[in-house]
Every structure is written in C-alpha cells, then in structure tokens.
Write a protein that binds this ligand. Sequence first.
Ligand code: PXP
Length: 252
Amino acid sequence: MSAPPLRLGVNVDHVATLRNARGGFYPDPCRAAHEAIMAGADGITAHLREDRRHIRDEDMERLKRQILTPLNFEMAATDEMVAIATRLRPHAVCLVPEKREERTTEGGLDVRGQATALRPVIRELAETGIRVSLFVEPDDAALDAAHALGAPVVELHTGAYAEACLSGETDVIARETARIYHAAEHGLSLGLEVHAGHGLTEDNVGRIAAIPQIVELNIGHALVSAAVFVGLQDAVRAMRAAMDTGRASVPA
Ligand code: PXP
C-alpha cells in the first residue's frame, strides 16, 4: 500500500515533570506545546494521571484553551477523568491503564478483561464528540476486543519494541517490529485507525514510521530529553525528519 501521511503527536508530560521538581511555573507545558507546534507537531498529548505527578488539571485547561491543533487527553477510564474530559471536550482521548506505583504506562489496556467497565466510558466520550482510542498491546486479541467495544482508534504500545532496540539484539528487534507490523495490518483490516507510541526515539522511530498502516505516533520523553540539549523545536524537527526518512522507505 502507499503510505498515508504520518502525524506526530508531541507529549508534553515531562516538561511538567521538570517544572514539578521545583514547584512553581516553569518550564511551562503550554509553552512547550506552542513550540512543538511551531516546529511541526500535528497534535499535543498530555496525560492527566490520578496522582497528578506531572500534568495538572490547570495544565489541561490551559492546553485546551490555548492550542488550536488537536489535543489528545490521555487518561484512565475513571469517573473522575471522564467528568473532566466531557467538560473539556478535547479532540481525542486515549484510554490507558494506570497504576500508582508504575513509573510510566507499563502495558496496554486489558481490553477483554475490562470490557464491561470500558464500554460505557467509550460510549459517553464518543457521544460528547471525542475521538476515543485505546492503548493496547500489539496483539490480535486486544485489537479484536477494541473493535468489539466500538473504539475507532487504537494506539499500539511500542514499549517492548523500544526495549528490544536498547538490547541491540537484531533478532529481538526484528520480532518486535514484526509484531507491531502484524498488529497494525490486523487493526486496519478491522477498520480501526492505528497509532503507536511509547519509548520511541530519533534512533528507533524509523522502523515504526515505515509501517504504512500507522498514521500517528505519540512521542514525549525522548523529545523532552533531547530538548535539554538542543531545544524543543530542534528536537521536534529532528524527530520529524527521522519519521519522514522511515516513511519514505515504504515502497510506493
Ligand atoms: N502513548 C501513550 C499512550 C503513553 O502512555 C505514553 C507515555 O505517557 C506515550 C505515548 C509517550 O511515551 P514516551 O514518553 O515514552 O515517548
């Protein structure tokens, strides 16, 4: 297939992590969102966690008020978060599993096990006009379950792929890349819009960008980390270039 455009959603959570290390107001995740957009981001992502360890309620409010590009609100499927999302009405919500003790989102949603709880949440958000995506492991069962629940979008968890890249073991990298490729193909065959994210870096993004069924990548930690040295705009531009190189490798 010829590849559709690949969007970059910039996750600004860890700008807030840095701010919260000292309290106060800087660095401001809203300023980061503006800079990312100026450098070519197609959307902004922020995760309001239950413990508010990085993004806070007022950050979500300001992001919604200040940015015109699509805002992707990552959240757990809790009553509290659904109430905030239906009031704020972001362009999109990505439902993620959340554990207080985890350092970051460690795995995809247990879509089948949580189907009864997820179904009304997906319905309520969709009825508010919000595009709902489910953050899932790249496997058929999770995609089938997401489809059965009526979610229009899935985001494939690329954490295992990123770990494989860190290991440098080529057979493991090939296996994890193939797993994401297969899941993306399966998702598209079900009529789902397929996104991916977690642990993507300028060095490892190419293989994922080369999967033509994937139309959006959400990337945060690597961009904020690179920004410490080169500034956020240059970090976003370099990521965009790495994505474009990967995408260009898809046969026409
Ligand atoms: N997508 C989802 C659903 C996530 O939970 C995260 C991490 O917050 C990301 C993408 C971005 O991951 P990273 O910060 O590793 O780029």
